[in-house]
Design a binder for this molecule. Sequence first.
Ligand SMILES: [Zn+2]
Length: 460
Amino acid sequence: MQLGARKPRTTARILLTLIVVLVIGVGLWLALRQGPPPTVELTTDRPAVGTATTVIARFAEPAGGLGAVRLELVQGGRTEVLAERRFDRPLPLPWRRGAGEPEAVLEAVVGSSAQGWLAEGELVLRAVADRSTGPLRSAAPMVAELALAVRLRPPGLELVSSQHYARQGGAGAVVYRVGDTAVRSGVQAGEHVSVGAPSPGGGPGDRFVIYALPWDLGEGSSVRLFAEDDAGNRTERPFLDLFRPRPPGADTIELTDAFLSKVVPAIAANTPGFDGSRPLLEQYLEINGPLRRAELARVAGLAASSEPAFRWSGPFLQLANSARMAGFAEVRSYRYDGREVDRQTHLGLDLASTARAPVPAPSSGRVVLAGWMTLYGNAVVIDHGYGLMSLSGHLSSIAVSEGEEVERGQIIGSSGATGLAGGDHLHLEIFVHGQPVDPVEWLDGAWIANNITSKLEGAR
Ligand SMILES: [Zn+2]
């Protein structure tokens, strides 16, 4: 009986011991624990630092949550804290999992615009996230570092060719020399950029560019030669000796129901996804406006792949025995039922000969597009190199295919009236780095010699 009376006390003691051991165990675990390491990632919008480079540090620790995170800049023994944040971590108990801050982003700008003390050379960006530990444990924080070059001087830029006379809506060429840090250079004319390429037969810094002056560029003061490095430093200098304005021509086109019913259904049938069930005028306005811009953007998109080489020589060819019907940069007012319904600028040259006349490749090059181009109808786009391309449109048939090399004068198709054409004619459009320019300049051998090829000869 005595033994039986002692039993509950012994059980209680064992239980108490177990509880004490458990509490000490949990306490020791909490005091000595080390949570999982947070991930730290550093990225920048440029590969080097100049006036302003944006730095983004991303931190993540979904299980235990983030504590303190920091973004620093280090150069020459000096450290500047660019940004920091501190989050409260919950106790690492099973039912508190995921209750902390799972991720954080710190963003800052580095460069001479933000840190006037920066020197040329190198700097280190450092992102730091502390680790979750108990009070009796210490763990090194997680660190990501990124070393970047600091360049504060913009690249050198020197003009080599001379006598640059260009016309609004026209083209020209420049030979220039850039410093060894330049990664991109060329001519900026308003919003349009013509990107330069290594100059044929030149030294490592010699560049050559055929540039466009957009037809709607009002004056020449914004036209600049530029050179940029990978840190965003940019040098600009004017180079035009003369900018000749070119007042736009004007024309009025009367839209008749007979014309609309002749051209619109054929275009609708050839254009995938086009809703041909609407009133003809509504369809016409979509073709003449948004679809015109879409086709121009398509050719502009091809410009970047233009080969930096002379694929052409001599004057461009005009359709044999043809008359020039409509010129470049004519502002057309479209009238229907006695009122203006649209206004667009004609950016090519219209040439009329006999129906289904053989159409020559304006110069040699590679066919980069051969097929249906909405308002241009059946069209062929040829890359002549250095950003120079030609488009021959409204063809009744096409005799070449994409990727084909063509010779100057080789027959690429027959003239026609496909797309937005009232009658059989050839629409010839010339692009320089995606910008339509006046084709008449390129049909003129003397103009090419004076404004394009002589720039290279003078530079050698
Ligand atoms: Zn035309």
